[in-house]
Design a protein around this ligand. Structure first.
Ligand code: ADP
Ligand code: MG
Length: 398
């Protein structure tokens, strides 16, 4: 994969950089700026080398036309603070404002283009429509740097097609993320433990297939654990459950046994009558979940058991909170798992947007983890063994 070093002297060059600046917003307030901060080192490096930097990124899921509730303008202000220099904001992506920015930026100056997903061409399934939009993007710059790791699994104009139109290279963030993922899939130090949780059950079940062949232990918490409990014949009350995935979960349990991989499920859970911060929480055994209550966190005995497995591992990959950490009563499991990851003597990796946000919200020092990934879906697809279009296209560059 080509890197920024391979692009040669960037002094005075117009560099289009794809970043992942898709941060959570409350109105126009950024509630977690982790992805912006992760983008800074590559941008800083390009600016210091005298490049004229145009940043292209998306926010939220606008439907291919302008929608001011997902404008990148608040991100522009935060990026300027973090870089310690002005960031020009273009109110379009390839229109007159973007073109003016492209023409007027001086060496070492930077502009952020408006949400790329305001343009239907960005995510179009039609190669020609996407290509046409990529042509317009390419016309703004001399070279392309792909640094939005969270989108490299997308075959989109600003990720994939653009790299076929300009000299292209991976930025420092994409390079670092790929290196960590490589260590999770090749010559991994053992014992290797994978901890899965969160709420996107069906998304994450797919990764289990591939990880069963690699990990020694698979620890399961969060919303997906109830699908496994049902597969084992337990009743789960009103907990999150994907009934159509139960057979799949049962299959994984059988396959794990065949392969000699441990799948560890909680022995106790924290339940409540409603999905609410002030709902009365109680700890029950997994075979005593009341029919009118839902499991919102793993219980304290399970949290301790999970932490022990994690601490004794040489490699740990964690994706997905153990419970509804956003509510204090259901944050205990996530806190224990995160704390254990900071004690790993080896490589500890946090993947997933909400997991990374949980680590920060619960007050952990990010430096205590081996790596906090910016890409949830992208990391999972890599671990599933899928081909990531945004990486392949960089490898094809000659
Ligand atoms: P990530 O972004 O780290 O990949 P997900 O998006 O899959 O994680 O899931 C994060 C969400 O899962 C959090 O908002 C959390 O509240 C929720 N969650 C965790 N455990 C449960 C549970 N038992 N029931 C419902 N939601 C849960
Ligand atoms: Mg998430």
């Amino acid at each position: 994969m080509k890197t920024i070093d391979d692009l040669g002297d960037l002094q005075g060059k117009k560099v289009l950089v794809r970043c992942d600046l898709n941060v959570p917003l409350d109105g126009s307030k950024i509630t977690d700026d982790g992805r912006i901060r992760a983008s800074v080192p590559t941008l800083r490096r390009l600016l210091d080398s005298g490049a004229r930097v145009l940043v292209v990124a998306h926010l939220g899921r606008p439907k291919g036309s302008p929608d001011l509730s997902s404008s990148l303008e608040p991100v522009s202000a935060r990026l300027a603070e973090l870089l310690g220099q002005p960031v020009r904001f273009a109110e379009d992506t390839v229109g007159p404002e973007a073109q003016a920015a492209s023409e007027q930026l001086g060496n070492g100056e930077i502009a952020l283009l408006e949400n790329v997903r305001f343009n239907a061409g960005e995510t179009s399934k039609d190669d020609a429509a996407r290509g046409e939009f990529a042509d317009q993007l390419a016309a703004l710059a001399d070279v392309f740097v792909s640094d939005g790791f969270g989108v490299v699994h997308r075959e989109q104009a600003s990720v994939f097609d653009i790299a076929k139109r300009l000299p292209a290279a991976a930025g420092g963030l994409v390079q670092a993320e790929v290196e960590v993922l490589r260590r999770l899939t090749t010559d991994t130090k053992r014992p290797y433990t994978v901890v899965l949780g969160g709420s996107k059950v069906s998304d994450k079940l797919a990764v289990i297939d591939n990880l069963l062949a690699k990990a020694d232990t698979l620890v399961i918490g969060g919303g997906m654990l109830f699908t496994f409990l049902v597969a084992q014949g337990h009743e789960v009350g009103t907990s999150l459950l994907e009934q159509d995935q139960v057979d799949q979960a049962r299959g994984y349990l059988a396959k794990a046994q065949q392969l000699g991989v441990d799948i560890v499920l909680p022995t106790d859970v924290v339940v409540a009558p409603a999905f609410a911060a002030d709902a009365p929480a109680t700890v029950v055994s997994i075979d005593a979940i009341p029919s009118d209550q839902m499991g919102l966190d793993i219980g304290p005995a399970s949290a301790e058991a999970f932490a022990k497995i994690i601490r004794n591992s040489a490699t740990v990959f964690w994706n997905g909170p153990m419970g509804v950490f956003e509510m204090a009563a259901f944050a205990g499991g996530t806190r224990s798992v995160a704390a254990a990851l900071t004690e790993v003597n080896g490589l500890s990796v946090v993947g997933g947007g909400d997991s990374a946000a949980a680590v920060r919200l619960l007050g952990f020092d990010e430096a205590a983890f081996g790596h906090i990934s910016t890409g949830g879906g992208a990391s999972l697809e890599y671990l599933e063994g899928k081909i990531l279009p945004g990486l392949v296209v960089l490898e094809e560059q000659s």
